[in-house]
Design a protein around this ligand. Structure first.
Ligand code: SF4
Length: 473
């Protein structure tokens, strides 16, 4: 997927004027936020699980080479073929070569953000393979010719009415806006594909090093069907997905669904180990696993390595006021929301992704809900500092911030400016509010009033009242 994050502001403007988009996003993410809060309240061990999940991920990253090596050995011992891809181009080349060598003409794919990252579907289709997205949200997005706008709910930007119209137009189905009927249509269309596909394509939620297993956490049966029915199973996973032991998995199975959708456990948890053995009733005869770097080993070496702890739950998107307002497509690349605001500049280049690092109020809600305790606001601040150090900041902003720092560190100047601002703003007061700010600051007041300054500055009040204690009143 070609990154378009540098156009974030323009794309956000468009999204902000789309009331239907915002209604459909908040309908789903609002539900997720409420359900997460209930699920966390009902599970007293959640904070302990967060500490444990964060610790396991940190320790894995500290010895990633070792754990990856173990995973490769164990997976190969059970019949898997491991491929290493340095970047998206290599991953695409490997995947298309596998499809060609295995004689695949039809593939069913389950949801995979790494697949989106490297545009796996596009590459396979260009090589003559029909690729059918089998996750319902991805199926909708594929029919619409769009890209996912959320990590776990790819079609969150669409209303059910829009989906109904899409099914009429693209599938020739009768109009219905009843969700069970829409699901039944997709299920009927997909079932025949599962039965005739030569290859199933999936990502991996976790790669268990000590058994060489791939763990998939899903809410639809598509992942399990797509990875067991076709003759070939192709997995594409980022190298950071490895965890040391299968016995570490339960911690993440407690964290992931609660953080994502508020479910105590996902509908399906599949642990796939090796190829089909003679005594197995089902399973793939061939298992290919592409381990993708695509900049991850560079991130691992630097100050942003914590971002590799991410388990792609989507909780930070659901809680983020910026994501809720502009939706996922505005972010311009595979990963939207707070996680995308850190990952995109790191993976596509600072100049491309840097508007995203500024697309945050730094309210800290993302860090509060992150199940593996990634300090997202701190990483965003680091990215902003990098942006300044590399000369990518707007010079006017740098000048303005220097002026701000100079004023804030000199009490006399600050007081004088407060007085001047009070006098000027009183001229423009309307019903007790200053309705707009001029020039470059107008973004603050485009959609909200700027509160009128207090009749007396805080510092003056403080001086007046200093020495007065509640018990002296
Ligand atoms: S950064 Fe944390 S909250 Fe956001 S998707 Fe990753 S694990 Fe979930």
């Amino acid at each position: 997927m070609e990154p378009l994050s540098r156009f974030f502001y323009r794309r956000s403007e468009k999204a902000l004027s789309d009331a239907t988009l915002q209604a459909s996003i908040s309908r789903t993410t609002g539900k997720f936020v409420g359900a997460r809060a209930d699920a966390v309240a009902a599970f007293p061990g959640f904070e302990t699980a967060r500490d444990e999940g964060s610790r396991i991920k940190r320790e894995t990253l500290d010895r990633l080479d070792h754990h990856l090596g173990r995973f490769i050995d164990e997976a190969e011992r059970r019949g898997a073929v491991i491929h290493a891809a340095r970047d998206g181009a290599e991953a695409r080349e490997i995947a298309t070569r596998i499809a060609k060598e295995e004689g695949v003409t039809l593939a069913v794919k389950s949801k995979s953000m790494v697949g989106e990252e490297v545009d796996l579907t596009g590459a396979l289709e260009a090589a003559g393979v029909e690729v059918v997205e089998s996750d319902l949200g991805e199926f909708i997005v594929q029919l619409a010719g769009e890209t996912p706008s959320h990590i776990i709910a790819p079609a969150v930007h669409k209303t059910r009415e829009q989906v109904s119209k899409l099914f009429v137009e693209k599938l020739g189905e009768p109009y219905t806006d009843k969700i069970p009927e829409l699901v039944a249509i997709a299920r009927r269309r997909l079932r025949e594909k599962f039965l005739s596909a030569g290859m199933g394509v999936s990502g991996a939620n976790f790669l268990c090093a000590d058994t060489g297993s791939i763990a998939l956490v899903t809410n639809e049966g598509n992942g399990r069907m797509g990875t067991t029915l076709p003759r070939v199973h192709l997995v594409v996973a980022g190298i950071e997905k490895v965890i040391p032991r299968l016995s570490d998995l339960p911690v993440f199975l407690r964290l992931l669904p609660r953080s994502a959708t508020g479910q105590p456990i996902s509908t399906y948890v599949s642990v796939l180990t090796g190829v089909k053995r003679p005594e197995d009733p089902e399973g793939p005869e061939k298992l290919h696993i592409i381990l993708l770097d695509n900049g991850r080993s560079g991130i691992l070496k630097g100050k942003y390595r914590d971002i590799l702890k991410c388990i792609r739950c989507g909780a930070c998107l659901n809680i983020c006021p910026v994501y809720q307002s502009v939706g996922g497509h505005a972010y311009g690349w595979t990963y939207p929301g707070p996680i995308g605001s850190v990952l995109t500049p790191l993976m596509t280049g600072l100049a491309e992704g840097v508007p995203l690092a500024n697309a945050s109020t730094l309210c800290g809600a993302c860090a509060d809900v992150c199940p593996v305790k990634i300090p997202i606001p701190g990483l965003l601040l680091e990215l902003r500092a990098d942006e300044r150090d590399r000369g990518l900041k707007d010079p006017a902003e740098v000048f303005g911030m220097k002026g701000y720092a100079a004023v804030m560190s000199r009490a006399g100047i600050l007081e004088a400016l407060e007085r001047i601002a009070g006098v000027i703003s009183s001229v423009f007061l309307k019903e007790g509010k200053a309705p707009w700010l001029p020039f470059r600051f107008s973004g603050w007041t485009d959609r909200r009033d700027f509160p009128a300054p207090a009749p007396q500055p805080f510092r003056k009040l403080w001086k007046k009242q200093r020495g007065i204690r509640p018990w002296n009143r």
